[in-house]
Design a protein around this ligand. Structure first.
Ligand SMILES: Cc1cc2nc3c(=O)[nH]c(=O)nc-3n(C[C@H](O)[C@H](O)[C@H](O)COP(=O)(O)O)c2cc1C
Length: 401
């Protein structure tokens, strides 16, 4: 399946990341998609129509009106598209989109579109953090659009932080996943599945935190698979660059363990299945410094205090939920995992060992063992998408017992 034969409308706005769009267009065209590019007038300062039209093999439009007295139909382009991608999406274009300020071809086309809309924001550090941007992204999400979050790293301004447009491969994957998500097995229809994913970040001061290497991939794969089986999915993720493009998945992004705990218990009561795959920090700094801690002394001591144990609390408050925990161990793996199953009142635990090559945090693959109080099953090294299938098959079999 993928994007072959699909009609993809790409709207480019005036951000420095516009230079990356060439790679996105080229990738889609190579895979057999039809690509139509439109631009805001400001985007023309950053990339040329000529390069974009050469790669997309179609004229690129910026204005409502053509030189020959005709008009470029935003309505036709909007209805033609199977999917619309706004990338890079500037703060300005985002604001106009969510508030209906229809003063250019891109916004008019967006407002006429009936297809799914993907938004890849790209901004400088402070613009991305600005409350208006956050609010506008939230509004766009509420409208049902798919946000492909900006990534962290060095920004064109020289500042370091979140704001870089997601890489073209990430945007392409989000769109391909969307076209591929035509599942048929609706074995979890009517069920609500609550999933936690990713790391948590515990602030030390306004710029530093204690975190871990969890990518969130396992939890996102589980969410996609559960949704594909017809479940309503509540996905609560710590900071992660993973994206999900599935209307049945309600994604809540949090930062710290405390925030994750609060969010989990907003939804736990109504969950039928709860899967805690997040790597929650066990400890957090006792005090968060208000200002950036200066490099004055030769050593620095930060007092840490225990974070709330989210999984344990879920176990204590369990009424009807089927509760699944994860254990990532480096030694005495099975013993520790079984101990956790008992202590935290879980129904099932998924063990992955950092001693197994290809398993654990950052990899796209995982190698797991599943334990219940009476059963043990070992699985081969597989992609995290396939591991998600194994886990949900196991859960479903337990529910049938
Ligand atoms: C060199 C340069 C880089 C810029 N990069 C961004 C950017 O990454 N994101 C953003 O929101 N605005 C950026 N801007 C500001 C936008 O170009 C400006 O807000 C413009 O009005 C956006 O218009 P548009 O959304 O219609 O394309 C940049 C401006 C300049 C001069």
């Amino acid at each position: 399946m993928g994007v072959s034969g699909k009609k993809i409308l790409i709207a480019v706005s005036g951000g420095i990341a516009a230079y990356k769009i060439h790679f996105l267009i080229r990738g889609f065209v190579k895979k057999g998609a039809e690509v139509q590019v439109i631009m805001t007038p400001d985007a023309e300062h950053f990339v040329t129509k000529l390069s974009l039209s050469t790669l997309s093999k179609k004229p690129v439009y910026t204005d409502f009106y053509s030189d020959n007295g005709t008009w470029n139909s935003h309505v036709e382009m909007a209805l033609w598209a199977d999917v619309m991608i706004v990338a890079p999406c500037t703060a300005n274009t985002l604001a106009k989109m969510v508030h209906g300020m229809c003063d250019n071809l891109v916004i008019a086309t967006y407002m006429s579109a009936k297809c799914p809309v993907f938004i890849a924001p790209a901004m400088d550090l402070d613009m991305y953090q600005h409350p208006s941007t956050k609010q506008n992204l939230k509004l766009a999400e509420d409208y049902g659009h798919f946000i492909i979050p900006a990534e962290s790293g060095e920004l064109a301004s020289g500042l370091i932080g979140q704001g870089r447009m997601a890489e073209p491969e990430t945007i392409a994957k989000a769109v391909e996943d969307f076209f591929n998500s035509g599942h048929t097995n609706k074995s979890l229809e009517g069920k609500t599945v609550l999933i936690t994913a990713g790391p948590t970040y515990e602030a030390i001061d306004p710029v530093r935190f204690i975190g871990n290497h969890s990518s969130g991939k396992m939890g996102f794969s589980l969410a996609e698979e559960a949704s594909g089986r017809g479940a309503k999915v509540i996905l609560i993720s710590g900071p992660s660059s993973q994206v999900i493009n599935d209307k049945n998945v309600e994604l809540h992004r949090v930062t710290s363990a405390k925030e994750m705990l609060a969010k989990v218990f907003e939804f736990y009561e109504n969950a039928d299945i709860a899967i805690a795959s997040a790597a929650v920090a066990d400890y957090a700094p006792k005090e968060v410094a208000k200002e950036k801690i200066k490099k004055n002394d030769d050593s620095l001591t930060i007092e840490l205090i225990k974070n709330p144990d989210i999984l344990k609390t879920m176990g204590e408050k369990k009424s009807h939920q089927f509760l699944v925990g994860f254990a990532l161990e480096t030694q005495n793996e099975e013993e520790n995992a079984k101990g956790k199953l008992e202590k935290k009142n879980l129904d099932m635990i998924v063990l992955n060992s950092l001693r197994d090559e290809g398993a654990g945090f950052k990899n796209d693959t995982n190698k797991i063992k599943i334990f219940t109080r009476t059963e043990k099953k070992e699985f081969a090294l597989k992609s995290k998408d396939d591991v998600a299938k194994d886990i949900l098959n196991f859960v479903e079999n337990q529910l049938l017992k």
